[in-house]
Design a protein around this ligand. Structure first.
Ligand code: CP
Length: 310
């Protein structure tokens, strides 16, 4: 396994997280650097994506590298039965870095075991989405001025939502208070609640997104109900619209509150929230570009802050 691979947010320390956020801030101010001259990066997306794939590809372009890859595995030889192992080994022959999204939990970890080429996990099933977590941390720090001692409310699909799972793990360094708002069918899995208990993270569970919860949060992190993870469409239809945030619900919200969402949204944030000053989800997605520039550099052993000081 290449040590520069990023499969889980747990692969990086508190110090490294903070350094990467500083690098991302540098890229936000100075987006174009020819640091990847001569490098080729593969984006292998076995699951649909808009933001993650396009921001990773934009990041490579802004860094002066080149991109190959696919956004629809049906057009590749995996549709003829080629295994993930063989696909990864083949693509490793061509590129310096592989960025992959796969519907199977553990697929990215498995990929690291069959190649020495660094791998960045762009989402594996309901498991992890570490680059999303880094952009979430960047957005939280940017809007709140700190990462420590914040009250963060996670709402919606806490069972299948990989972004909330990764975020909980990363926040263990920053003394958060979590509120988990979900229906019984989609509540936070025991494994992540145990993670909180083992790491001294306070959390409470709620079934309602009440005014009391909204008005005492620093961050409200809305999530989409992950239709693609359900085996029973009737169950999806029962729970898909249980939580929907609208502008009227934010009338007494604290000034510093920001609404995050990894996107895409369906019905969980009404359109009238888009113009509310608490809305931050489109800016959050833009931050993904800078964070992913930093993550690509990390994977290729480049430290922009050291380079720029030299
Ligand atoms: N947040 C996120 O992963 O979006 P995409 O599925 O569009 O990449």
């Amino acid at each position: 396994m290449n040590p520069n691979s990023l499969v889980s947010i747990a692969d990086i320390s508190r110090e490294e997280i903070l350094h990467l956020l500083d690098e991302a801030a540098y890229f936000e101010s100075n987006p174009n650097h020819k640091l990847l001259d001569g490098k080729v990066v593969a984006t292998l997306f076995f699951e649909p994506s808009t933001r993650t794939r396009l921001s990773f590809e934009t990041a490579v372009n802004r860094l002066g590298g080149r991109v190959i890859g696919f956004s629809d595995a049906a057009t590749t030889s995996s549709s003829k039965g080629e295994t993930l192992k063989d696909t990864i080994k083949m693509v490793s022959n061509y590129v310096d870095l592989i960025i992959m999204r796969h519907f199977l939990e553990g697929a990215a970890r498995y990929a690291t075991e069959v190649t020495e080429t660094p791998i960045i996990n762009a989402g594996d099933g309901a498991h992890q989405h570490p680059s999303q977590t880094m952009l979430d941390l960047y957005s939280i720090r940017k809007t709140q001025g700190r990462l420590n001692d914040l009250t963060i409310t996670l709402v919606g699909d806490l069972k299948y939502g990989r972004t909330v799972h990764s975020l909980i793990m990363a926040m263990k360094y920053f003394n958060p208070k979590f509120r988990f708002v979900a229906c019984d069918e989609l509540k936070m899995p025991e494994v992540y609640k145990n993670f909180c208990r083992e790491n001294g993270i306070e959390f409470t569970e709620h079934t309602e997104l009440s005014p009391e919860v909204i008005n005492t949060s620093d961050i409200i992190y809305m999530t989409r109900v992950q239709r693609e993870r359900f085996t029973d469409i009737d169950e999806y239809n029962r729970v898909k619209d249980l939580y929907s945030l609208c502008a009227a619900m934010l009338a007494d919200a604290p000034e510093n509150l920001r609404i995050l969402h990894p996107l895409p949204r369906v019905n969980e944030i009404a359109l009238d929230v888009d113009d509310d000053p608490h809305a931050y989800y489109f800016d959050q997605a833009r931050n993904g570009l800078y964070v992913r520039q930093a993550l690509i550099c990390r994977a290729l052993g480049i430290d922009i802050l050291k380079n720029s000081e030299a």
